[in-house]
Design a protein around this ligand. Sequence first.
Ligand code: HEC
Ligand code: HEC
Ligand code: HEC
Ligand code: HEC
Length: 192
Amino acid sequence: MNDKNKSKWQKLWASSKNKWLFGIPLGGFLAVIVGATALGGFNGVMHVTNSNQFCYSCHIGMDTIVEEYQASRHFNNATGVQASCADCHVPKEFLPKMWTKVRATKDIYHKLVGTVNLENFEEQRLHQAEYVWKVMIARDSQECRNCHQASTWSTDKQSLRARQHHLGEMVTDDKTCIDCHIGVAHSKPAIR
Ligand code: HEC
Ligand code: HEC
Ligand code: HEC
Ligand code: HEC
């Protein structure tokens, strides 16, 4: 490598003077892009970040969410149909999905500084749950409805209590699934 080329090569790994790059070497950005592409590109990144393993990597040991989920019927039941974390928490439509993923990048920071841990989780979980409920109500429980379609279920095969609510209050009071079914995969937060 002659001197001229060498200095170009070194420049790639030197702190950037461009303020938009926050002083991160350009080579660092390129390495991330090359790495992401090698892992299977955009779709690959979307797929990996929707897997239970990805959620487990932070939530195990940080809170009790995963253990509660694994004790629920959405994880284990006679039919073998399983709802993954992302099935309930990540929308399928492109824009809401992208918004959820971009918003979730805040959690990398919270993980690094240890905002949530096993000691304080019971205090933290109510406001987390309130956020999830708010999103689900605003989306008319769309993630639940991706699997449970009220237009095709047979209420006559449901328990009497379920039938009374699904044909009654759900219709007359325009209630959505999450209005009545909180705590389907995790313990309910202790209400203050
Ligand atoms: C990088 C670590 C990390 C990964 C990976 C991760 N989480 Fe989290 N998650 C957190 C942290 C930290 C919080 C607490 C954030 C806070 O207090 O604002 C959190 C909070 C949440 C909340 C509460 C509501 C909210 O947005 O604050 C939900 C729901 C959630 N995570 C679901 C998931 C799902 C589903 C996955 C997998 C698709 C996942 N998380 C992967 C770190 C992570
Ligand atoms: C990936 C598909 C899927 C998604 C998403 C899903 N469920 Fe389920 N759900 C199931 C299956 C399968 C069962 C049956 C489990 C069994 O046979 O015991 C079930 C069972 C239930 C039950 C009865 C058993 C129990 O645990 O009380 C309720 C209530 C329920 N779901 C509500 C919801 C709500 C509310 C949501 C959204 C927050 C939701 N489900 C999201 C697949 C799903
Ligand atoms: C007005 C309140 C209400 C609404 C709204 C509601 N449910 Fe229910 N649901 C109930 C009650 C009450 C039961 C019976 C639970 C029990 O006996 O433990 C039930 C039972 C169920 C069951 C179990 C079926 C059975 O035979 O017991 C499933 C699955 C379910 N609901 C899914 C949903 C889904 C999905 C939605 C949204 C499309 C929804 N529910 C909306 C109140 C409601
Ligand atoms: C069947 C749907 C469903 C599945 C599967 C599910 N969740 Fe949730 N999750 C909810 C609902 C609904 C809430 C809102 C609180 C509640 O009602 O329990 C919630 C709340 C949360 C919260 C806020 C804290 C709390 O206790 O409410 C976190 C964090 C979270 N989920 C992460 C996860 C992770 C990680 C997984 C997979 C290990 C997962 N969830 C699987 C439906 C689900």
